[in-house]
Design a protein around this ligand. Structure first.
Ligand code: ATP
Ligand code: MG
Length: 395
């Protein structure tokens, strides 16, 4: 029986060198330890291009599930550690091969320790020969049923047969902080995932219009944030903004066709202010080009013109089916489709303008003191920090 007692982790997107590489690895180290903190028996060690975790009896399946949520990991394997001696490597590889129940195999050896007396090819031949002598298995270098990997380091050698894909991307937080506009819909949690994957630390802002939007709608947003927080170093700050006064005023002054345009212009102004106050260098949204009236290029231009902070729109070129597929994979879809009203659905205009002009939007805005109302709404925003919910698996 193979005795998998160590997880070997391969770093993702490590094209950077020098200080950036150091920062990448340090942050990844920190995020891995953070997500696994409940497993107190684990022991950690890192090398130039690998990270190792001794399980010491921890539940491998539970550790695997957590590691798949850590950005910056390209892949990982459960491995058996043996002493770096050819005899030990041969014996344990044979045990793994026998245990696998597979008929064909291929050896893949990497010799990190160049002082080991045999090169990779020599090790491959010696081990494969030993397995051929002692089993009915055959070598198949093109389509093997079993890939037996051997990594030789100076004291320890790691043997493994499975490579589990990691989440890829950059370690959460390494590329700074972004303020995501989080609605209760399908798109914005997926946008959060994509931004986190690029190594951004995500804070969220949500605009609610009580009593027109309910406590359930608010809780749904917090639940989504809590699901996403597991990818975000185990926490997410959510700025809850009361948008009711502004929304009512917009409907009173602008009426139906321009209501959504003005609402979005107000939302991004508020988001820009909150972003600056909380150290976020950009705003994120779940917009996808052409999806609805407020996401035509004319609308985006008209909305974007009131702010100067960069806006990141990771879903801009994605189809709805692709977005839904990703929402299902990250586990937010079922929550997103719960039928609780959003501030946009309540005041849902019947004929939203698809080609708004800046001039017209400005002429409506000149009719009420939105600056003052934005300042008041930002001032009164509530900040809630959420964490992953216990015992729930989101993948
Ligand atoms: P989503 O599924 O993310 O709600 P959507 O397809 O419903 O997106 P819109 O309602 O037009 O599209 O919203 C576009 C983007 O504007 C959202 O992805 C989100 O980033 C932001 N947004 C919309 N409503 C809110 C809100 N109430 N609070 C915060 N952000 C919002
Ligand atoms: Mg929406």
């Amino acid at each position: 029986m193979a005795d998998y007692d160590t997880v070997l982790i391969r770093y993702g997107e490590l094209t950077t060198k020098g200080k950036n590489r150091k920062d990448f690895i340090r942050k990844l180290d920190n995020n891995i330890r953070g997500i696994l903190r409940e497993f107190t028996q684990l022991e950690y060690r890192r090398s130039y291009d690998r990270f190792y975790i001794r399980l010491n009896g921890a539940d491998a399946e539970a550790v695997k599930e957590k590691l798949q949520k850590v950005f910056g990991i390209s892949s990982f394997s459960f491995t058996e550690r043996v002493d770096s001696s050819l005899d030990a490597i041969k014996e344990r590889c044979l045990a793994i091969a026998k245990d696998s129940g597979k008929r064909t195999f291929k050896m893949i050896t990497r010799r990190h320790d160049k002082t080991f007396p045999m090169n990779s090819d020599g090790i491959n031949r010696a081990v494969a020969g030993y397995i051929l002598e002692n089993t009915d298995m055959k070598v198949d270098v093109h389509h093997p049923e079993l890939e037996l990997r051997v990594e030789v380091h100076s004291g320890d050698t790691y043997l493994m047969s499975e490579k589990i894909p990691g989440a890829g991307g950059y370690p959460s937080g390494i590329n700074g902080k972004v303020l995501l506009m989080l609605s209760g819909g399908i798109d914005s949690p997926v946008a959060a995932y994509e931004l986190m994957k690029r190594g951004l630390d995500v804070e969220a802002v949500h605009f609610a219009s009580p009593p027109y939007t309910s406590e359930n709608a608010r809780q749904k947003v917090l639940d989504l944030a809590s699901m996403m927080s597991e990818y975000n170093q185990g926490r997410m700050r959510v700025h809850m903004v009361n948008f009711t006064a502004l929304q009512l005023e917009i409907y009173r002054t602008a009426g139906d066709p321009y209501a959504i345009t003005l609402m979005r212009r107000m939302m991004v102004r508020l988001a820009e202010q909150i972003a600056k106050e909380s150290g976020c260098l950009a705003i994120g949204t779940g917009e996808s080009l052409g999806q609805v009236a407020s996401q035509t290029l004319e609308s985006i231009a008209c909305i974007n013109s009131v702010i100067s902070i960069p806006v990141l729109r990771p879903l801009i070129c994605m189809d709805k089916v692709e977005i839904i597929d990703l929402a299902r994979r990250i586990g937010t879809y079922e929550t997103s489709i719960l039928p609780y009203e959003d501030c946009c659905t309540i005041f849902d205009p019947k004929n939203p303008v698809t080609k708004p002009t800046i001039k017209k939007a400005e002429s409506y805005e000149a009719r009420f003191p939105y600056d003052k109302m934005i300042a008041e709404a930002a001032e009164a925003a509530e900040v809630i920090t959420v964490h992953p919910q216990e015992k729930e698996s989101f993948l």
